[in-house]
Design a protein around this ligand. Structure first.
Ligand code: B12
Length: 237
């Protein structure tokens, strides 16, 4: 059974799939957040996220159905030539504004320190929304997160492992052209003789499990909540 009450009511015996979910009507407040991100209106997002929370909507639902879904639509519009870089940028700003408001609500409660993770978008990549979300969820789950930012060189990752007591390196890439920087980074860590000290997890829209394995990463996760589960399993291994 699914956690979605309407789906449970309509299809009690059906395991929800993402396809089924998207055919259901969107909650009106979530719709407003979705539309505001598409329009790049940070002000409306900042006004509506607290309204959605006050109405009792789950932060995860606001995030996934309102915010992440809107960014996927932005990507589709960009691909079709209807949006250009400036539209992507202001949509991203509106998303970041909403994320900042959700951040305190995405924490798992009182959690023990689970270890230190250094995260960054790899060399050549300036996308940071997904990385920030993964960092936020890891923090919420008790990990200490060192955020190295975007366009991070392999040398910077190596220096971080050498200088800080890091258990996991998390690499993010959103471009097919920067996926190769993940391999360069992993190779640099191996060459520096520190590969065995750490676990490496990778993610980002173009990344797959097969690619992760091919470049010698220890794990891949397709989204932020599964990134947390993966990080927990990597530190336990
Ligand atoms: C917003 C955006 C931008 C913004 C970024 C702003 C910012 N601060 O991040 C700006 C305008 C700067 C931008 C620039 C460009 N972009 Co852009 N962008 C996007 C867009 C619309 C949304 C990305 C996003 O934030 N998604 C929402 C987040 C929540 O999802 P996510 O990043 O995938 O992250 C989730 C998972 O992947 C995973 N994850 C992410 N990182 C990690 C790490 C780990 C360790 C793990 C486990 C999991 C994990 O968890 C996250 C949360 O669930 C995408 C479209 C898309 N569908 O992805 C295009 C997209 C990625 N961009 C694209 C392109 C082409 C560009 C540019 C080259 C455009 C240009 N001509 O200049 C430049 C490149 C700049 C650069 N060097 O990096 C293409 C890439 C095509 C390709 N195959 O390579 C896309 C796919 C658009 C498209 N459909 O064509 N972009």
């Amino acid at each position: 059974m699914t956690g979605d009450p309407l789906t449970n009511l309509l299809f009690p015996s059906i395991q929800t799939t993402d396809t089924l979910k998207t055919t259901l009507p969107m909650d009106p407040i979530i719709r407003e957040i979705y539309d505001a991100i598409l329009a790049g209106s940070s002000k409306v997002v900042e006004a509506k996220v607290p309204v959605a929370l006050a109405a009792g909507l789950a932060p995860k639902q606001i995030l996934e159905e309102g915010m992440i879904a809107a960014m996927a639509e932005v990507g589709r519009l960009f691909e079709q030539g209807e949006y250009f870089v400036p539209e992507m940028l202001i949509a991203a700003r509106a998303m970041q504004a909403g994320l900042a408001l959700l951040k305190p609500r995405l924490k798992e409660g009182n959690v023990q320190s689970a270890g230190r993770v250094a995260i960054g978008s790899v060399l050549g990549d300036l996308h940071d929304i997904g990385k920030n979300l993964v960092a936020m969820m890891l923090e919420g789950a008790g990990f200490e997160v060192l955020d190295l930012g975007t366009n991070v060189t392999p040398a910077k990752f190596v220096a971080t492992v050498t200088e800080k007591d890091v258990r996991i390196i998390a690499l993010s890439a959103l471009l097919t052209t920067t996926m190769t920087s993940m391999k360069t980074t992993i190779d640099a860590l191996a060459q520096a003789g520190v590969r065995g000290k750490i676990k490496i997890m990778v993610g980002g829209a173009p990344i797959t499990e097969a690619f992760a394995r091919q470049i010698g990463a220890d794990g891949y996760a397709p989204d932020a909540s599964r990134a947390v589960a993966l990080a927990k399993s990597l530190v336990a291994a």
